[in-house]
Write a protein that binds this ligand. Sequence first.
Ligand code: NAP
Length: 295
Amino acid sequence: MPKFIGLIGYPLKHSISPYFQQAVLDYYQLDIRYEAWETSPENLELVVAKIREPQNLGANVTVPYKEAVLPLLDEIDDLANLIGAVNTIAKKDDRLTGFNTDAYGFIEALYKEGHFEPEGKQVVLIGAGGAARAVSFALVQKKISSLSVINRTFERAKALADSLKSYIRDFPLHSEGLETEVTALPWESLSSGKTFDRCELIVNCTTIGTKYSSQEGQSPLSIKVIPRGILVYDLVYNPWSTPLLQVAQEAGANILGGLAMLVYQGAASFELWTGREAPIDIMFNKAKEISHLKV
Ligand code: NAP
């Protein structure tokens, strides 16, 4: 009898995780099926409870349920608790534990595909949702020197900046007192070149530019504000080349799309479910193949 791992989210029509996860399960010849479990809000509790059935091993959780699943689980790992979002559920001894592998995926892709060392760098982060929380805590833990958080809803940017500041105060990372300086800025700052004056990394953690969404074809930044030579990292992975990345490339910036992060976070999830090392190349090749087919 096969075992199952699910992807819980809504909508899931354009998701590529089922393809690259199945590719590595097949590589190891495991009798496990990775399925898309498209879930409406009223069914979330039921779908999470089904993971407890013996044939199911766990799940990935995606938009819009990364925060909503927390109270439905038995345990939350420390990092997921800090971030306040779960993207992976693993079952052990009939108990469901929530993890967040987005932070790991973001950093792995930054080093391995972006060839960028974050320590001591000045960063502008656009967005304040679940992904922005994972990315910002990961960057602070990597000792960036400053972080400006800019979000359409300013209160959310402020709330994220406040939780980062409390974290920095409670868990100092530097012995010399050189802690990350965190600021929340209004949305209008995105159109001012001054915001990016000394910036070395821009990360887009909003949904702007996502294919098949109302923001398809849009970029959060114009060419005139992006400094030459910096790294622009867009978490959006569909399309492969987002409007922001196109604008950034024209401005002379280096670019990194969200597909690499998706693969690395998926690799960490795979290891939590199976205890086996995920072959990154197999995942990457399948993710690239499918994302090109889907655009
Ligand atoms: P989320 O919690 O729903 O947050 C969405 C963010 O986008 C919020 O900051 C929201 O601002 C902003 N936003 C939405 N529509 C906007 C608009 N029209 N104009 C300006 N801002 C807008 O979602 P999430 O989980 O953080 O995901 C954010 C993005 O990251 C998604 O595209 C997701 O696919 C991507 N992601 C990629 C990976 C990867 O592995 N590559 C992993 C995780 C997430 P408000 O607060 O004002 O609503």
